[in-house]
Ligand binder design. Structure first.
Ligand code: MN
Length: 150
């Protein structure tokens, strides 16, 4: 990367100069599988961050909800997402908005990596995980149950 440059070139497949792939969350803090996080933009002037998440085939993000919102663009491959009561297949370059306090999760398909860009406010509340009761309520919808079972 050139010192002081505002341009960071892509390096290889879905990596960028000066961007380190990070573990998705602190180990053991929430259930997830085979997913990495890269923070592409984290500038105080923006008030938001742009991250790139990538799951290996069969991987998934954490099932969670929070007050803050996400603006998501599918960037690589395809998979399935849950947003509130909606379960739907998505592929690049589909768009997904996650409203406040809405259960959401992304699951990769079995045969290819699944990546998405996610814009989020810098100042944000901590994600909530579903209680046993909330999971039971979610599973009353057979489509959501099938989604959660992968
Ligand atoms: Mn989230």
């Amino acid at each position: 990367m050139r010192e002081g440059s505002n341009i960071r070139k892509a390096e290889g497949s879905f990596h960028w100069e000066g961007v380190e792939p990070l573990s998705y969350k602190e180990e053991g803090s929430a259930p997830f599988k085979a997913i990495t996080r890269q923070v592409l933009f984290d500038r105080p002037e923006l008030g938001c961050e742009l991250r790139y998440f990538e799951m290996q085939p069969g991987g998934h993000s954490t099932l969670e909800r929070h007050e803050h919102v996400h603006a998501v663009m599918i960037f690589r491959g395809g998979g399935t997402c849950l947003v509130g009561a909606e379960v739907r297949g998505v592929a690049a370059p589909d768009l997904v908005f996650i409203p406040p306090l809405t259960w959401h999760q992304f699951r990769a398909s079995a045969d290819e990596p699944f990546g998405f860009l996610c814009m989020v406010n810098t100042e944000r509340d901590k994600p909530q995980l579903p209680s046993e009761d909330e999971l039971r309520r979610l599973r009353q919808d057979p489509a959501i149950g099938a989604f959660l079972d992968g």
